[in-house]
Design a protein around this ligand. Structure first.
Ligand SMILES: NC(=O)c1ccc[n+]([C@@H]2O[C@H](COP(=O)([O-])OP(=O)(O)OC[C@H]3O[C@@H](n4cnc5c(N)ncnc54)[C@H](O)[C@@H]3O)[C@@H](O)[C@H]2O)c1
Length: 270
């Protein structure tokens, strides 16, 4: 795909089919809606949460009303290869191809017993790695074959926790390692798929106001600390992450691959 400078107002995702994992809520939902606002032909939301996933599909159709965007929810757990293969088969049957894959599904280590290595159970380690890292591998494995024909873009959601250490209660080492793995995988995939016309990049968000962080944000003291973790002095909205994802997925980033873009209000520079 080459940049389209002749028609600057052409929707950036015209005729594009996009798949977003973990799109039932939070950042994934914002990404799905943003892709629809940018005129995607279809946005497929994958998640384990059915009701919220269907709500995302409806929001996608609303946001992409002008462009006729189709919103589709497919229930799939990113730790289960057979469910992802089934989802990919459904996307192939309906649309025949896929241009954008956003690997966003993830869990916080805090909620499953993650912590500094001496306090992290082997089960917590396995679970966090299974969703956050193996999930990226399995979803890519299922959907890359649909992207090979026409090319496209993969955007993986890492974290600034992979770029710097954190103090308690966020010193969740399985989480940091899983996101570090996502960064390594992003770079490896970027090289392997470059000649096939598939760019592969990652976003490293800082703190974002989503259901994942609702528990710690509810404590005003912790909320103030999270806001103070970046020079910009606040946490991000899901839409601020979504806009960066959409940039990397679009032809505006046609010469960007293997990049890890921090979207963290500058948290990693001080
Ligand atoms: N919120 C933050 O501060 C923050 C910061 C850095 C990175 N991230 C990353 O951004 C991504 C999205 O996070 P969020 O804050 O929107 O979280 P969230 O918990 O609000 O949403 C995550 C979504 O992923 C889905 N999901 C979880 N496990 C799944 C599985 N096995 N299969 C399919 N779907 C699954 C959930 O059902 C949910 O809909 C995650 O990868 C997260 O690690 C978040």
């Amino acid at each position: 795909m080459t940049p389209n400078h002749a028609q600057p107002h052409h929707p950036r995702f015209h005729n594009r089919i996009a798949v977003v994992t973990g799109a039932a809520r939070g950042i994934g939902r914002a990404i799905a809606v943003e892709l629809a606002r940018e005129g995607a032909a279809a946005v497929v939301a994958l998640d384990v949460l059915e009701e919220d996933g269907r709500a995302t599909a409806r929001l996608v159709a609303e946001a992409g009303h002008g462009a006729g965007t189709q919103g589709l929810f497919i229930k799939a757990d990113v730790t289960r290869p057979e469910e992802l293969e089934g989802a990919a088969a459904e996307v192939r049957a309906r649309f025949g191809r896929c241009h954008v894959l956003v690997n966003n599904a993830g869990i916080s280590g805090r909620h499953v017993g993650d912590g500094p290595v001496h306090a992290c159970s082997p089960e917590a380690w396995e679970r966090v790695l299974a969703v956050n890292l193996t999930g990226v591998f399995l979803a890519s494995r299922a959907f890359i074959p649909l992207m090979l024909e026409e090319g496209g873009a993969v955007v993986n959601i890492a974290s600034d926790d992979a770029l710097q250490g954190s103090l308690p209660p966020n010193d969740t080492h399985a989480y940091a390692a899983s996101k570090g793995g996502v960064i390594a995988l992003t770079r490896a995939m970027a090289v392997s798929y470059a000649q096939a016309g598939i760019r592969v990049n990652a976003i490293a968000p800082g703190w974002v106001a989503t259901p994942m962080t609702a528990d710690i944000r509810s404590d005003p003291q912790v909320a103030a600390r999270l806001a103070g973790a970046s020079p910009l002095g606040r946490i991000a909205s899901p839409e601020e992450i979504a806009r960066a994802v959409v940039f990397l997925a679009s032809e505006d980033a046609s010469f960007v691959t293997g990049a890890i873009l921090p979207v963290e209000g500058g948290a990693t520079i001080w």
